[in-house]
Design a binder for this molecule. Structure first.
Ligand code: ZN
Length: 263
């Protein structure tokens, strides 16, 4: 597994972001895990908030979207943002690209369509990208506690195989920043027994859970090897200067992670 940390932070036209270095060798795909910095929104959404569902002004959100699209040189109308229902529905978008109408009540998206950008919004939840470097298929996953419980990552990998004949050995996977296991305490009422091997019991009906490790286990269960996985191992709660954190701040923004097929 390739682990990235804060020292991997990059700047493009003064916009901070993370990327997986090996993925730059693919000329047909583009991706970035953005931070909360570099946008127009005011506190508590400061400043690169891409969600218009949490109380921020739509005008700021639109301007933030345009900043990202301009810096990374794509058409902001080609960025698909899901409604992210904390469930396990997967949107499949095969070429030729259709016009999508909202609501988009999904938590993952798979496509092979050119000039199509998939965005995931998070503030503690885990954004995951998958690339099939041979079939030229990409996927973006929103994996929070619910999605993880629904095995959304395993389901996306299975659907990639069913729909595009993606083979596990051709896949590259990246996990973005999310709340870390030392900061993510949940009540045992919502704790699943299967999580116990990767979790720590606090003994008072509370568990510390590791979203990233649980999703990595789902990937391994689908035949992905550790060397195919990259992980930006930064806790959104600990690094709240760099990332929005719902657990830390409550009312706050959502950072964007995007991946797209260049068209
Ligand atoms: Zn933390």
């Amino acid at each position: 597994m390739k682990i990235l940390n804060r020292s991997s932070l990059k700047l493009k036209n003064n916009l901070p972001y993370f990327e997986i270095p090996e993925w730059r060798t693919l000329d047909w795909v583009q991706h970035a895990f953005l931070t909360r910095q570099g946008g127009m929104s005011l506190p508590p959404y400061d400043s690169l908030n891409l969600s218009d569902k949490n109380g921020d002004l739509k005008n700021f959100v639109l301007r933030n979207k345009n900043i990202v699209a301009s810096v990374f040189d794509f058409d902001s109308r080609r960025l698909i943002l899901l409604d992210q229902m904390q469930q396990d529905q997967i949107l499949l978008l095969k070429e030729p690209a259709i016009t999508l109408s909202s609501p988009l009540e999904y938590d993952a998206l798979i496509t092979n369509a050119p000039n199509t950008y998939l965005g995931i919004l998070t503030a503690d939840c885990l954004p995951i990208f998958v690339i099939d470097q041979k079939k030229k298929v990409i996927a973006a996953i929103h994996a929070g506690r619910h999605g993880t419980a629904f095995h959304i990552t395993g389901k996306v990998l299975r659907k990639m195989r069913e729909e595009f004949e993606c083979l596990p050995e051709d896949l590259w996977v990246a996990l973005g920043p999310s709340i870390g296991s030392f900061c993510y305490e949940i009540d045992e009422k919502v704790f699943l027994k299967e999580w116990a091997p990767l979790s720590i019991s606090k003994g008072n009906g509370k568990w510390m859970v590791d979203l990233a490790r649980m999703n990595i286990e789902q990937m391994k269960g689908m035949g992905i090897q550790e060397e195919q996985i990259s992980w930006i191992n930064l806790c959104t709660h600990c690094h709240s200067d760099l990332f929005f954190s719902y657990r830390k701040e409550g009312r706050t923004g959502r950072q964007l992670s995007f991946i797209g097929i260049i068209g």
